[in-house]
Design a protein around this ligand. Structure first.
Ligand code: ADP
Ligand code: MG
Length: 764
């Protein structure tokens, strides 16, 4: 079952070649106690390592189960060591940071035996060597003889067919040596035991066969196998594989023995996590605050549909660059024509009959207000002590939104307090909006013909204005239209529309974003009346016939954003034209979603030109503030990430040191049948644990730091509990940290797995 055929092995140190084994041929029986006897340096250990599969022979062959091992791969040697061989070393070679029992179990652990079976077998083996009560001690709590007995238990526990013992009593006193030798002799009853010794007395007393070595050569064999001796017994070889949990356990125990260092390492590498965690929790908290603020104050910001809408997307930035089909810094001597920036950013919306009727069908339950602004111009005259005056700033007025749901509060009731009077949408009228300090501009007051620095509500409510029809205001001379100068006569005209200040309103507290500013709003009834009374207007008819502006005698302009078009002029003169701007005031945030969805549906399947785009004020403001915050967060996180990278380099160094420290352990594990992969796993498990621990530590510290941070922010700004660590962020950070540390430790782990087991065992 085991045979050495002309084995040669030499070591090379520099230019010097040491022949450690020369043409060694030995055949072993299934069951015998062989002593390899020889002086120090005669090649005994080398022989044992080759038999045990720890070291490779240069030439010759090792026959296992009648098969050559010339073609053995690493994995075959690993299996062979794990299943067939039990090693006993002079220096015991126990793993110091795990218990006696775990040491004994290790071989089985490596081959994936379940823990119940492992425990049972380990206890049996420990009982056999008389150390059952020491099972939970660590190796350094035992005497030399006891440690060697643990090593014997470890060698026996997997029930291998071959036990290899290298000077097992070399480090023990005579009395203990006898006990150990008795134990080995006992084992040799049903196994092949090959024991290396330089002590002829021991060999003579215990062995059944003595092979003498000198200078790497076999000198004698007291009981060689005869030609007619037949042995067809086979060694049993099974699979080995170490689970990641085993690797974790090994590493965890090792880490436990270096608590201080691990803690410092973990703390240092957690600093990046702490930084990022704090930044994320702050930006997260600010975002929540801003969102809440916006929801409170912007939920009723209008969706605006205008004849021209602005494109606020990336296209806008792109359009600054000009045409994409041109290369930058060209060398040809040409100039290229660029498209107008305005035509690219601005989208012309055609508010067609079709679109307006689509809009009429919008679900009014989502609306708190709606207003259709037309370009209707008003000629207004006021009357006061100063006489009759033309009101000049009427273009700064706004149309009061109408409430589509009469039984519910509308946009005005939701956002304003009515300080005096009453709003009556059925009548033409003005509503004066004052700011939060009840202020208005002097020009606003002058509209009413009033002046001063303080005016009573009553003075304002008592004022009356007249809206003059254009047919009365403009006098025709041939093709010319000239405004009348007799304001008193116009004011007294029967056709003029009386305009009263119906109410004074003020934005509610907390609604400043929507309601800031002051000025006049007029009821929709005013526009309706003006248009009604202009049905057969002379001046409108005159304008319809001419293709130039009949008031200025100037031609109309073409193109975007022009304020002098026939349509606008007709509207200004009081004809019924399409609205120029439509405001849709949503009931709340969800209602706004439904409104914009409805508006989007109109555009589905339409060409760009026919699309009607809208402006969502609230989302424009929030995306602006959101973008700024995101940018700041990204920059800060990037800075903190540097410390994460630094810490993974640190982990690499520390793992490297750990590999150096655990070289012996690597050798022991390899002798017990661990694959290279398993060794790599042990170190990856270690960095995994450190990464996990430092990640957790970082998150805990970051979380604790949010408490004083919140205190400081509250003292400075009055906002409570701003910094909030998002659980998802926390988990992602821990995962990233683990990945980075494992990457950092990957190279040293690989180095560890490549260590030569024989050399690893020899290190102290
Ligand atoms: P023994 O166990 O009989 O004392 P070894 O098998 O350890 O002898 O060594 C046999 C010879 O090979 C010695 O001369 C030793 O110096 C040499 N040797 C063993 N291992 C190495 C090595 N890794 N590199 C160089 N020389 C070695
Ligand atoms: Mg030796």
């Amino acid at each position: 079952m085991l045979e050495l055929k002309k084995i040669n092995k030499s070591y090379r140190t520099g230019t010097f070649i040491q022949h450690a084994l020369k043409d060694v041929s030995i055949e072993f029986r299934k069951n015998e106690f062989v002593a390899i006897l020889g002086a120090s340096g005669s090649g005994k250990t080398t022989l044992l390592n080759i038999i045990g599969g720890l070291d490779r022979y240069d030439s010759g062959d090792l026959i296992i189960n009648n098969k050559s091992t010339k073609k053995f791969k690493n994995i075959d040697w690993d299996r062979y060591r794990n299943n067939c061989i039990g090693f006993i070393f002079q220096s015991y070679n126990l793993i110091p940071h795990i218990s006696i029992q775990d040491n004994v179990e290790m071989g089985m652990t490596l081959s994936g035996v379940n823990s119940k079976t492992r425990k049972k077998k380990a206890i049996e083996a420990l009982k056999k060597v008389g150390l059952l009560e020491h099972a939970h001690k660590k190796p350094n709590q035992l005497s030399g003889g006891q440690m060697q007995r643990v090593a014997i238990a470890r060698a026996l526990v997997n029930d291998p067919d071959i036990i290899l013992a290298d000077e097992p009593t070399g480090a023990l006193d005579t009395k203990t040596s006898v006990q150990i030798m008795d134990l080995i002799q006992e084992i040799a009853k049903d196994k092949l035991v090959i024991m290396v010794t330089h002590n002829p007395d021991l060999a003579n007393q215990y062995a059944t066969r003595i092979i003498e070595f000198q200078d790497g050569k076999k000198m004698s064999d007291s009981n060689p196998i005869e030609k007619n001796e037949k042995d067809d017994s086979n060694l049993r070889i099974r699979k080995t594989s170490m689970s990641f949990t085993t690797a974790l356990k090994l590493s965890f125990n090792n880490i436990k023995t270096k608590k201080g260092r691990t803690l410092l390492t973990a703390f240092a590498s957690s600093i990046g996590i702490i930084g990022i965690g704090l930044i994320l929790s702050l930006s997260n908290g600010f975002k929540i605050e801003v969102d809440r603020f916006e929801k409170d104050s912007l939920s009723q910001a209008p969706v605006i549909i205008s004849t021209q809408s602005m494109n606020m997307s990336e296209e806008m930035i792109e359009s600054m660059e000009g045409r994409n089909d041109l290369e930058k810094y060209p060398t040809d001597k040409k100039i290229y024509i660029q498209e107008d920036v305005a035509t690219q950013i601005l989208h012309t919306n055609i508010l067609s009959k079709e679109y307006l009727s689509y809009l009429k069908k919008i679900d009014t339950k989502n609306l708190a207000g709606i207003s259709y602004q037309t370009p209707t111009g008003f000629t207004i005259i006021n009357h006061s002590e100063k006489g009759y005056q033309l009101v000049t700033n009427s273009s700064f007025w706004t149309l009061l939104p109408t409430n589509p749901n009469q039984n519910e509060n509308g946009i005005i009731e939701d956002n304003y307090d009515i300080l005096a009077g009453e709003i009556n949408e059925e009548e033409p009228g003005l509503i004066l909006q004052v700011d939060s300090k009840n202020q208005i501009y002097a020009s606003t007051l002058a509209t009413l013909g009033l002046s001063g620095t303080e005016v009573s509500f009553d003075d304002i409510l008592n004022q009356e204005l007249k809206v003059i029809l254009n047919d009365d205001y403009y006098i025709q001379y041939g093709d010319h239209f000239v405004p009348s100068q007799d304001l008193e006569k116009l004011y007294q005209n029967q056709n003029s529309i009386t305009l009263k200040v119906q109410a004074i309103i003020r934005g509610k507290e907390g609604k400043e974003i929507l309601t800031s500013g002051s000025g006049f709003a007029y009821t929709n009834r005013l526009t309706e009346l003006v248009i009604e009374k202009n049905k057969n207007s002379k001046i409108v008819l005159a304008q319809q016939e001419k293709d130039y502006n009949i008031l200025t005698n100037q031609p109309f302009e073409e193109g975007l954003m022009s304020t002098n078009t026939k349509e606008m002029m007709l509207g200004y003169l009081g004809a019924e034209v399409s609205p120029s701007v439509i405001y849709l005031y949503p009931k709340d945030f969800d209602a706004k979603e439904e409104i914009t969805t409805y508006l989007d549906q109109y555009n589905q399947g339409k060409e760009e030109k026919e699309m009607v785009e809208y402006t969502d004020m609230a989302s424009m403001i929030s995306s602006l503030s959101g973008n700024i915050m995101d940018a700041i967060t990204v920059v800060l996180v990037a800075f903190s990430s540097i410390s994460l990278v630094v810490s993974s380099i640190m982990i690499a160094i520390i793992t490297y040191i750990s590999v150096l420290e655990r070289t012996k352990e690597i050798g022991i594990l390899r002798a017990l049948g661990a694959r290279k992969k398993d060794i790599k796993r042990v170190f990856n498990a270690e960095t995994f644990l450190i990464g996990l621990f430092s990640g957790l530590l970082g998150i805990i510290i970051a979380y604790l730091l949010t408490i004083p941070t919140n205190q400081i922010i509250e003292n400075l700004s009055g906002l409570a509990n701003v910094a909030k660590l998002n659980i998802i962020h926390a988990i992602i950070l821990i995962i990233i940290n683990v990945i980075l540390t494992v990457i950092g430790g990957a190279i040293p782990s690989k180095m560890a797995s490549k260590k030569d087991p024989v050399e690893a065992l020899r290190t102290e």
